[in-house]
Each structure stands twice: as C-alpha cells, then as structure tokens.
Ligand binder design. Structure first.
Ligand code: GLN
Length: 309
C-alpha cells in the first residue's frame, strides 16, 4: 500500500473529530479528568523508519494500560516464559479490566491474562530490581531503549493521583498476595505499577514502540534485537485477544490489528510488515477505549485493508 502523508492523516482526523462527543474522559483517576476531550492525534511509524503524524502530535499522555504490554515484555525478558505463565494465564476474560471476581473462581488463584489489572499487577511484581526505584528505573530505561529517546519520563502528578485513589488495585494486590501469586510489599508493587502507567509519551514515540513489536522486537534504525522475537509475538497475540479489554472481540472483527488501549485515551497498534500506529483521543467509551481512536483505526483498516484476518 502507498504511504499515508500528513495531509491525508489530517483529513482522516477531521472525519472522526466529532466522535469525541460520544464519550467521556476517565475520572476515576482524578488527574486524568483534567484532560481535554477534544485533543486528537495520530502517528504511523513505518518499518523503514519514517514517521508521519497529524493533529496534537506533541501532546503527551500517560500510557496507562498500554504499559501492560511493555511490562509484560520486560517480565518475560527478566524471568522467561515458563515462570511468567505459571503465575498469569493466557486466556481473555471478557470482563472489565479492573474486575476482581474471576480470581475467586480458579484454584489455585491465577489472573486470567496480563492485560487485565490483576494480571498486569502480577506481571509488574515480577520485574527485577532491589526496590521500587530500581524497577521503575528499569522500565524507563526499557522505554528509552525502545524509542531511542531518553526524554521520556513519568508524569508524577498522574502517578501520585492514581496511587492515592487506587483502592481497587490495592484490593487486587492484597488478594494476589494472600494467594501467593505475588511476592513482597504491596505498596511497593502499587508504586511501580502506578508509575509505569504514568509514563508520558506522545503519539510518535508510541507508534515507534508499535513498530518495534511489528518488526519482531528489532529496532528499526539499528536493527538491534531489543525484545526477543518470540516474546514480541506473545505480546502482539495478547493485544489481539485482550488488548481492548472486553471489547477485544468486536475490535478484532471491525479493525483486525493487534492493539492496546489505555484509559488516558491512547491506543498503540502493531501491524507486521507495516509498522506501528498510535492514536490519542481521551474521550472514552463505556469500556474504557478511546472513542475516536477506535473509529479512526476502523476507518483506516477498512480503507487500506489492514486487517490481519
Ligand atoms: N492505571 C490504570 C488502572 O490500573 C490503567 C487502566 C487502563 O488503562 N485500563 O486502573
């Protein structure tokens, strides 16, 4: 397919802009409620290293659940596949991302997958490091390596806001600790998790990470293997089966591209032989996915026949 240029991307944005009024910004993390619902940006990072973008492309937003893919890749590198999947399952849940009730249905207890909060908290708990600072530092260095951009940092205000209000994630952690799914100190794991969710990116940085996954874990510019190919594949498969929470099935039918969303309104998509696509639009639907992001990806996928199916 021909490459999209910035004018074409800009016109696609204009076509979907109005959908922002169909949703609401997340407010269960108080700091996120300050986002402007009308912000909108898209970026495509092609496998040859070219990045095109349109809209509010300099606007930073926090990774939120998109970070679950990144922490999974790092936990796999740190511990290997067997260790990780002894503690977290591989099946979609069909439940909202913060649901607790399926933890009770399995003995021994095991979160269904790494993309729901219970599973993601368990994955964060597996990241190596002596303390929270070292673990967060390793996550940040991993982000810097993947993007070749050392300016990426944590939005401390969002991290603090989530840390103070994360009653449900604390409950999940206590439950997981009781059942030996996680080890160590609960507040420390929550600290790492809220900071990983609060890593600030713009659409270009995010689409480069999507492209790295599409490029089987190799950096597009140096060709260095940053994530082993097999682990990159595991991450992309989870993006297909669980990446859009309990809307993953409909998304697979309508869009058909491995993708992960976050409640800040970001979406990172990764398409083999094509590159990475990222969208930012903070107005969310009831399931916590960016309304405009979903619409834009649907239009692009249909127009350019991008579905992997
Ligand atoms: N930090 C958020 C939480 O755990 C991430 C959730 C999301 O993006 N779906 O609640």
């Amino acid at each position: 397919m021909e490459k999209l240029d910035e004018n074409t991307l800009e016109s696609w944005l204009d076509n979907v802009r109005e959908y922002a009024f169909d949703g609401h910004v997340a407010d269960y993390i108080p700091a996120l409620s300050k986002q402007n619902p009308e912000k909108l940006a898209v970026s495509i990072y092609y496998l040859d290293g070219e990045c095109v973008y349109a809209g509010d492309h300099q606007e930073c937003f926090t990774l939120q659940s998109i970070s679950k893919v990144i922490s999974l890749a790092l936990a796999l590198i740190d511990n290997g596949e067997e260790y990780v999947f002894q503690r977290v399952g591989m099946e979609p849940s069909g439940d909202p991302f913060h649901s607790i009730y399926r933890l009770e249905q399995h003995r021994p207890s095991k979160p269904l997958n790494p993309m729901i909060n219970a599973g993601a908290l368990a994955v964060t708990n597996m990241i190596r490091g002596q303390n929270a600072d070292e673990k967060v530092g390793r996550l940040l260095s991993f982000m810097h390596e993947m993007t070749d951009d050392r300016t990426i940092n944590i939005n401390e205000a969002v991290a603090e806001s989530e840390f103070q209000s994360a009653y449900l994630n604390r409950s999940l952690l206590y439950y997981l600790r009781q059942h030996d799914v996680i080890k160590g100190n609960i507040e420390e794991t929550l600290d790492v998790y809220t900071k990983q969710c609060s890593i600030d990116v713009n659409v270009c940085q995010l689409s480069r990470i999507g492209a790295l996954f599409a490029n089987e874990g190799r950096d597009l510019h140096s060709n260095r293997q940053i994530i082993p190919k097999h682990f990159a594949r595991i991450c992309k498969t989870f993006m297909v089966t669980c990446g859009m929470y309990d809307a993953s099935g409909a998304f697979a039918i309508k869009v058909g591209i491995p993708a992960k969303s976050g409640v800040s309104g970001g979406v990172m998509a990764s398409l083999n032989h094509f590159g990475g696509i990222s969208v930012y639009g903070p107005s969310l639907d009831k399931k916590g996915n960016s309304v405009v992001g979903l619409k834009l990806l649907e239009i692009l996928s249909n127009r350019y026949d991008l579905s992997i199916f």
